[in-house]
Design a protein around this ligand. Structure first.
Ligand SMILES: Cc1cc2nc3c(=O)[nH]c(=O)nc-3n(C[C@H](O)[C@H](O)[C@H](O)COP(=O)(O)OP(=O)(O)OC[C@H]3O[C@@H](n4cnc5c(N)ncnc54)[C@H](O)[C@@H]3O)c2cc1C
Length: 377
């Protein structure tokens, strides 16, 4: 058990992953967050669609999300009770029935909607065009800016430090700890948290470690106007059953997306015109909406581990090197639980009981699952 000894922790990355874990350990450790860009949340964390949905992702992601709801609500991070609607088309009836059964078992408030009900909820989808859908009424929009600010404030209140414009360039063993070199200085730490988003494997390489196979995937979004005179405030997020597109209200306009997952190198992602054009076409085909002027397109990288489950845990190859990556398309909704359980792992404690009760284990999150055991001579 390490819980009584004060620790020095360097967190690499000023997105939601890095900031939330830094805040979670600030009461028992000296923490410094290093962020290369000129402001926090510059990459994925500044580009999300801000939805919290308990039916998204695989079994572990859903467990992490369910375990986060209380903290999201009590933290005041709910911006709007949005709802989420998976829409099926002609021929999708069986798939919608199956999805409804699967999601209801997880979240009892989920309902199967029939075509007329779906049309009443989202009138731009004709009743004749749909076989109905699966509706999750308790999905919410979260205030992502507030989540970032709240973690940064909690970190500072606990005595932690944030350095922006500071890029980590090398990590090496140093006595019993680790030495972190940046463009501006050198730090020593007992624990280095690799929360570098799309760059997690790159940062591992700076420590002489092979990566775990993380893949950043670009997703594109844009804004457009709803049909004139239409009140969209009660519309849910509408996602095509086959994840070909989605749209959702955002401050009186609509966010549209191709729901694309295009492999990318870690980079400052930019939207491709063709991805916007395809999304516009698909939304127009599926609804009565006409999108004359899509505006403000943006793109961000959603970074996945090979099994699409986040990674949280110490690397067995380098003492003190802690991975916190692969938040994929769920980084905000899982962040508070990942931060809490990462703090427990760093203190040498078991995962919180409410998290394990939802089927989330340290083994399922550990980096070890991607490491090939050394061959025995
Ligand atoms: C279009 C889109 C829609 C999304 N919608 C949702 C949604 O509805 N709900 C949801 O929960 N999630 C959503 N996500 C996913 C969510 O945004 C991400 O999972 C989350 O932001 C990842 O956070 P992060 O801190 O791991 O990464 P990032 O926010 O990318 O932060 C990593 C940081 O590390 C820094 N860094 C990298 N290398 C170094 C270095 N060497 N030195 C110093 N700093 C370094 C980077 O500059 C970066 O700021 C969406 C993402 C996108 C792109």
């Amino acid at each position: 058990m390490q819980s009584n000894s004060p620790k020095k922790i360097v967190v690499i990355g000023g997105g939601i992953a890095g900031l939330s874990v830094a805040a979670a350990v600030a009461d028992w450790a000296d923490v410094i967050v290093l962020e290369r860009e000129p402001h926090l949340g510059y990459h994925a964390s500044g580009r999300s669609a801000a939805l919290f949905t308990e039916t998204y992702g695989n079994r572990v992601v859903r467990g992490l999300t369910l375990a986060s709801r209380l903290a999201i609500v009590e933290g005041g991070f709910v911006a709007h009770r949005r709802g989420a609607l998976h829409v099926g088309w002609s021929g999708d009836g069986d798939a919608i029935d199956r999805l409804a059964g699967e999601l209801q078992a997880l979240v009892p408030s989920v309902r199967r909607l029939w075509a007329a009900e779906l049309h009443a909820l989202v009138p731009v989808i004709a009743a004749e065009a749909t076989c109905g859908g699966v509706y999750e009424p308790d999905a919410v929009d979260v205030d992502t800016g507030k989540m970032l600010e709240s973690s940064a404030s909690a970190l500072k209140a606990g005595g932690g430090i944030i350095r922006i414009g500071e890029e980590v360039r090398a990590i090496s063993p140093d006595g019993g700890g680790l030495r972190v070199e940046t463009n501006a200085g050198v730090y020593t730490a007992d624990i280095v948290v690799n929360a570098a988003g799309a760059w997690v494997d790159v940062v591992a390489g700076m420590a002489g470690l092979s990566g775990l196979g993380f893949q950043p995937k670009r997703r594109t979004a844009f804004l457009f106007d709803p049909p004139a005179g239409t009140d969209i405030s009660g519309w849910p997020l509408v996602v095509d059953l086959h994840e070909q597109f989605y749209f959702k209200p955002d401050a009186g306009r609509l966010i549209g997306s191709l729901a694309d997952e295009t492999d990318s190198e870690p980079c400052d992602a930019y939207p491709e015109d063709i991805d916007v054009a395809i999304a516009v076409d698909r939304i127009e085909q599926a609804t009565s909406m006409r999108i004359d002027r899509p505006s403000t397109p943006w793109a961000g990288l959603r970074t996945f581990a090979p099994d699409r489950t986040p990674v949280a845990g110490f690397d067995p190859r380098l003492p003190g090197f802690f991975w916190l990556g692969g938040q994929g398309g769920y980084g905000f909704q899982v962040s508070l639980t990942l931060a809490r359980l990462s703090a427990a792992l760093m203190r040498g404690e078991p995962l919180p009981a409410d998290v394990t009760a939802l089927g989330v284990t340290a083994t399922a999150l550990a980096p070890d699952r991607f490491l090939v055991p050394a061959a025995t001579p």
